[in-house]
Design a protein around this ligand. Sequence first.
Ligand SMILES: [Zn+2]
Ligand SMILES: [Zn+2]
Length: 126
Amino acid sequence: MNKKKYSKEEADERNRASKRRSRLRNPEKSLAQSTACRNRMRVENRLFIREYKENHPCRCGESSVCCLDFHHLDSSVKERNVSALSKSPVSSRRLKKEIEKCIVICSNCHRKLHNGELEYEIRDIL
Ligand SMILES: [Zn+2]
Ligand SMILES: [Zn+2]
């Protein structure tokens, strides 16, 4: 047996065990840390979405952030609703990837779009 490899595995195991012990000793602290981290991600994602909407008003001229939605251009690639995604602690990379599949549209136009009263082609926004 390779002695060096064995001792590294041993060290890893010791390391894991000590982390486990400190989690057990201090469960509140590690819970608080991960909650803080998730909250920070949520806040950052919300801010990112807000800024993104501010920079992408609807084609009709509506630019109030509260009236703007994300519409997936191709629902077959839709992973999750962007606003739902922004409320969960996802990485900003994943959020941006989802936003790239969408256009920003105001809720009125969004309804018309889904009702077939409005055509919104990808080329309109490129
Ligand atoms: Zn839609
Ligand atoms: Zn609109």
